[in-house]
Design a binder for this molecule. Sequence first.
Ligand code: SF4
Length: 383
Amino acid sequence: MQTQTDIQSILSEEHLDCNRDVWCQRLQAVTADQVRRELSNPVGKFSLDRLVTLLSPAAEAFLETMAQQAHALTIQRFGRTIQLYVPLYVSNVCINSCQYCGYNKETRIERTRLTIEQAVSDAAVIAGEGFRHLLLVSGEDTQFVSPDYLCELASKLKEKFSSLSIEIYAMSQDEYAQLFNAGIDGVTLYQETYDRAIYADYHIAGPKADYNSRLDAPDRFASAGMRRIGLGFLLGLTDWQIETLALAEHASYLVKKYWRSQISFSFPRICPATNVQSEWPHLVSDTNMVQMMLALRLCFADAGIVLSTRETPKFRDNLIDLCVTRLSAGSKTNPGGYASEKAAAEQFEVADRRSPEEVARVIQSHGYEAVWKDWDVSFNKWT
Ligand code: SF4
């Protein structure tokens, strides 16, 4: 029985942050009969044993059954709806040295920061396309993209957008509370990898090199009141199955502690980027990524499942019918990319370049409603 109360202790106790070989053996040892038995159990509840079974090599032969169960559960919990959102990059300046990212401080790219007015101009283009859910994204540019900057920007955006989220650097609980009071209701923060040694290899300098601070950040923003907790790891740095186990433990811990917030999972696969290595030892196949998404759905009935434009149109379209609940569309991953023709460096290459209307039409053609506006905005505490 789990007696630890913080996520660092839980991952350590389970050997999910280091010395993880035991999990490879457990995954390999799962049999087809065990998968069959697991799939006859009620869906939507998490246990590590259940997830190990569903992520195992043996479960690959049962993807069709898993897909049917995940589809039925998703329809039951979310209806036939897919929420649309879009990222707005406000700065590609960064003080970190993440070895997989084209924005890291060593790369020679043109750096761009949007003034409040420029960001509002980009947002106006986005609002004109119909979006009401906006994700503000930035490198770790603490000098410029400060809490005050974000609060001022939120005050100007909240009339046009029913929900504002951020995907930026890890902050203190007080700073998150300041943002929540200004109208920002969600934070997405990827751990990148839950393996401490590999984390140290890829994060060689800057504040993000502090594994524990990053791991504890969701506690800080959930404690500050954030309604949406976005989690994920970077697919491609190390073994995806063990990372998924750690991710699920993190989610399970947060769901129990911050039951008023909604968890969502994102699945960022490593993409080509300017001036960073192009060979990756643990690239995740389409089949394994689908298995990961289905397994998480079958363990977390109410979790959002998010897919970005890093993925190809064909892959995204196929997942509409399985378990996805949120899609980005028409994304530009360079600051100023919506309102200006001037090309600043992208964080990664977008694979789905269809317009928001095209994506919405595809969603409708699958028998789903494309939702542009959040349904739970009334729960937010706007100032
Ligand atoms: S992943 Fe984020 S923190 Fe790391 S270098 Fe890129 S922008 Fe900076």
